[in-house]
Design a binder for this molecule. Sequence first.
Ligand SMILES: [Zn+2]
Ligand SMILES: [Zn+2]
Length: 237
Amino acid sequence: MQITGDYHTHTKYSKNNHGKNTIQEMVDKASDLGLEGYAVTDHGPGHIFFGIKRKNIDVARAEVDNIKKDAPLNLYFGLEANLVKGDGSIDLSEDEIKKLDLLLVGYHKGTVTDFFNPFRALFNPKKQKEINTLAYINCLNKYKVDILTHINEYIRVDVYRVACAAREKGTLIELNNKHIRFNESEAKDLVRSGCNFILSSDAHRKGNIAKLDRVLDFVEKYNIPHERIVNLDKLYK
Ligand SMILES: [Zn+2]
Ligand SMILES: [Zn+2]
């Protein structure tokens, strides 16, 4: 089994020292590890504590383009946008999205949303789960999302319906080495949905790039067909 690329990692552009290394340091490490594909994907600007500063989107884009000239691997610039509205809206404008090679979307604590209410989650979890599910599905309908990151982490969703919507839209469901939160039946829902997957380290420091031990165990445990994992034994991009 060969991991060919890691497409969800963070750099110093995730602010407040959240990402520990520069883009160059991360790319050098990814190259040393023999990866063929690699992406830096800092937190979207809507994250209060860790989001990239909006003005740095152009700066990071230019930095990636510059490093790409000499990089011995396929290098991409993306962002892990935040799901912020029940209608599926994220924290990036259409113009900002155009600057990306890869659009990742996830839900994070530390972003202001109009759909997640912690009291409702506590007292009416079923209703909150349905609202969350619809927010994700609306997002997939609204944007061309490449990867949904760590679904079901922080907020619960109907895993089967989100995975089916992702399959229909050609969006990958991420299996995230740091955040993998699926119970037995949700894991089976992922498999029967027919969606495709990508394995990511979600590294916030260079030492964690391509660290995929937990997700590889998950893949084995639930017999996820390897042909449905885009960065295993073949190159995603
Ligand atoms: Zn982070
Ligand atoms: Zn995330």
